[in-house]
Structures are given as C-alpha cells and as structure tokens.
Ligand binder design. Structure first.
Ligand code: NAP
Ligand code: MG
Length: 397
C-alpha cells in the first residue's frame, strides 16, 4: 500500500513517563504503517528540558508559530520531588504554561463520546467543548484582610498622574477586600481564539458572564466579544451556518443541562475552571478528554487533557503490563493530522484521521477497552492492557 503523503511537518512534542511509552506505540502501530509521517521533533521529556535549560520548550512553541499545527505528549511539571528524582538544575516551569504564553492561546477541552459510556446528563448526545480564558481575574488578584473599621477605596493612577478613586466600602468592622483585573488585549485574544476555533470545528459558540451584576468588568468581556464578532467574524459564521450568542451565565447553565451538546461554551477564568471539571466528570473519564490550544492567529496544539499517568509508569518500570488508556492521545494525533490535512488540502490525510477515530470508537463499542473504562461501560466488556487495545484498534483500522 502506498503511504499517505504529507507536505508540511507537524510539530511533534514528545513527553514523559507512561504517555511517552504510549506515544511511540501509537505512532508505530496506528500511524507509521499508513502515513508517510513528516514531523519536526522536539523532545520535551524532562531530562532533555533540563539539558537544554528548557530552551527546547521555547523552540517547540516557536516552531508551532511557524508551521501552525503541533501535537504534544503529556509532560511532567516539576515539583520539589521531581527536582530530586531527575536531579534537575532548577524547577522548570510548566511546559504548557510556557507554550501557552508564547502562542497567547486558549485551551479547548472536549470529551470523546462512545456508546455504552453514557454522560450523567441524559440529554447530552454530542461533546460539549469548554473554552476557559486563562488569564487574570481572581487568579491574579490582590487581597487584603481588613482588621477593623475604616474606608476601603479603589484607586487608578494614570501615567500623567490623574487619579480615579471610588469607595469600595465604609467598614464598620473587620472584613476582606479583593482587587482583580483583566486587559482588553487578553480578552480580545481569548475572543479571537474562540471565534477561530468555532469556525474550525463548525460548532456554535456560547459565551456567558455575570454582566447583570458586574456592569463594567464582565460587561467589558461581553462588549469585546460582540465588537469582534460584528466586525470580523459574523459573515464567516453565517457562511458556515453556525451561531455566536451571549447569554447570562445563569441562563447558560440551565441551557447546557437541557441541551443535546455539540457546541463550544466560552467562560471567564474562574467559571471555566469550575465548569470544565463539572462537564468532564459528567461526560465520564479524564482519559477520554482531549485538549487543543488555539492561538488568536489560528495556530493549533493538540494534546490529551490528562497527565503522564505516573502510577502506571512505575508499574511499567517494574516490568508489569499496564492498562493505560491511549484514546485522548490518539485523538491528539488525529486532531493534528486532520488540521494539517485541511491546511495543506490533503483530503486523504483528513480521511485517515477520521478512520482512525472511527476505529478507536468502534473498538470500545465492540466491548474491547482499557480497564479504566470497564467500570463505566454498560454491557459486556473485556479489559485489555494498552498493547492489546492498540492492536485491536489496528485490526479495526
Ligand atoms: P494523571 O497523569 O492524569 O493521572 C492521574 C490518575 O488518573 C492516574 O493515576 C490514573 O488513575 C488516571 N488516569 C489518567 N489518565 C489515564 C489514562 N490515560 N488511562 C488510565 N488512567 C488514567 O495526573 P497526575 O498523576 O496528577 O500527574 C502525573 C504527572 O502528569 C505530573 O507530573 C503532572 O505534572 C503531569 N501532568 C501533565 C499534564 C500535561 O502535560 N498536559 C496534565 C496534567 C498533569 P489510576 O492510577 O487510578 O489508574
Ligand atoms: Mg480546576
């Protein structure tokens, strides 16, 4: 069989532990036999990040800016224990944080649905994708414990020295105060990423905040989204047959629960943090959650939402077989291959990505799955180790 041709390389970011093992197996068993795979390889494994003083992470992000599409394996974010375990020069920052800062992107998370693993919400038939604004608000706040009676004010001093001052509260006793901020620039980047991604997957985009209560702060988010939509995206949305709408977060929550799924829900930082955990849990399993970082200019970095599955890796090192679920990592590859195919006009590369996803889902729906899914599956299920599961997918493919 002739292999499927590629034109532009994918940026391949290798990673750590159990997911690094799966990474190679996925390539060997499911991709390399069919695709004449072109990648520009960056080893983001912790050892190599340390050897390069983390330059490799920066280089891989810059390569993503250059080529437009990356696929990333899960990576260790070092803590004190990892510094010792890997004898690190220093406690390197989270690669995902570094890459996100360079791409200025937003993370979109969506579950992979299979028949037999039902969402907790009966009406949901298609994935709900959460887009969380990953800058500012309560995550970059300044807080103060108020010891007793006194006046709390909020003050802005412009560069020319002009002061704007408002009273927060005339305290008659002890309490707390908090200062938050966001920037028009960051909100606009978030909005661009959301509009770009909605167009890319042809799904409706919902955005919700609490603008009825936060008439200046949350309202600014609403206005920036509305202005960019009207001036830059409306025509493309109409042409794609998709919709953008804004609604109060209370209304959005009610609508989400009653919905069939199949849309993108954009949320401010805190709302996205909380709601993504709720949506992920209600859909089933972390091992089935995919993730893509989208830059405001339309660069894409695909990955699994889970980590490096350390506990399984330590068992693997002892020579034990593990049943680690490769689905989210497979879908990171298919997402990246499909996007590359779209950008380069390679219909057979897109078709291959579709077929690999179908084969993966069909394998689970035939009752063959990794052990984490067996408990969730309604029906006869055979719990396989990772190798046997990948072989079953390859046979279906
Ligand atoms: P984790 O790797 O997501 O694993 C937590 C637990 O969830 C596992 O022990 C396993 O449970 C289950 N699990 C997760 N993915 C699974 C899969 N594919 N198949 C089967 N079970 C799965 O989270 P962690 O243990 O907190 O973090 C490990 C390392 O990953 C850390 O060094 C962290 O920094 C890193 N991390 C990286 C990313 C990223 O690169 N995007 C994200 C999160 C964490 P059982 O052991 O009960 O089977
Ligand atoms: Mg959280």
């Amino acid at each position: 069989m002739e292999k499927i041709r590629m034109i532009t390389p994918l940026v391949e970011m290798d990673g750590d532990e159990m997911t690094r093992i799966l990474w190679q197996k996925i390539k060997d068993k499911l991709i390399l036999p069919y695709v004449d795979l072109k990648t520009e390889y960056y080893d983001l494994g912790l050892k190599h990040r340390d050897e390069t003083d983390d330059q490799v992470t920066v280089d891989s992000a810059n390569a993503t800016l250059k080529y437009g599409v990356a696929v990333k394996c899960a990576t260790i974010t070092p803590n004190a224990q990892r510094v010792e375990e890997y004898n690190l020069k220093q406690m390197w920052k989270s690669p995902n944080g570094t890459i996100r800062a360079i791409l200025d992107g937003t993370v979109f998370r969506a579950p992979v649905l299979v028949k037999g693993v039902s969402p907790s919400v009966r009406t949901w038939q298609a994935p709900i994708t959460i887009a969380r604004h990953a800058y500012g608000d309560v995550y970059k706040n300044t807080e103060l414990r108020v010891p007793g009676a006194g006046k709390a004010e909020i003050v802005f001093t412009a560069e020319d020295g002009t002061e704007t001052r408002q009273t927060i509260m005339n305290f008659t006793g002890a309490g707390v105060i908090q200062g938050q901020h966001n920037t028009d620039k960051s909100i606009a980047s978030f909005a661009h990423s959301c509009f770009q991604y909605a167009l890319s997957v042809k799904q409706d985009l919902w955005f919700s905040t609490k603008d009825t209560i936060s008439k200046t702060y949350d309202h600014r988010f609403k206005d920036i989204f509305a202005e960019l939509y009207e001036t830059q995206y409306k025509a493309a949305f109409e042409a794609a047959g998709i919709e953008y709408f804004y609604t109060l977060i209370d209304d959005a929550v009610a609508r989400v629960i009653r919905s069939k799924g199949g849309f993108i829900w954009a949320l401010k930082n805190y709302d996205g943090d909380v709601m993504s955990d709720m949506i992920a849990t209600a859909f089933g399993s972390l091992a089935m959650m995919t993730s893509v970082l989208v830059s405001p200019n339309g660069q894409y970095e695909y990955e699994a939402a889970h980590g490096t599955v350390t506990r399984h890796y330590y068992r693997y090192l002892k020579g034990e077989e593990t049943s680690t679920n490769p689905v989210a990592t497979i879908f990171a590859w298919t997402g990246a291959l499909r996007k590359r195919g779209e950008l380069d006009g390679l219909a057979d590369l897109c078709a291959f990505a579709d077929k690999l996803e179908k084969a993966t889902i069909a394998t689970i729906e035939s009752g063959k799955m990794t052990k984490d899914l067996v408990a969730l599956y309604e029906g006869e299920a055979e719990g396989l180790n990772s190798d046997a599961f990948l072989d079953a997918i390859a046979a279906n493919l």
